[in-house]
Design a protein around this ligand. Sequence first.
Ligand code: 9UX
Length: 69
Amino acid sequence: MNETTIKVEGMSCGGCVKNVTGVLKALPGVEDVQVSLEGASATVRHDPAKVSVEALRAAVEGAGFDSPA
Ligand code: 9UX
């Protein structure tokens, strides 16, 4: 299990935090998600064999936010 912090830009309110949390938690291999509005980031505990950091970022982008490397 890996703990990775990725950037999540473009969140404006708690609803955005919930949405980002939901899309990340829906991915197979994701164990826990903590999203920070103030920090514009998400810390994700995940199994790197099942879900890569790139896949985490792609899911955030798919939800309409920016996740630059
Ligand atoms: Mo808040 Mo975020 O009304 O997409 S949910 S700005």
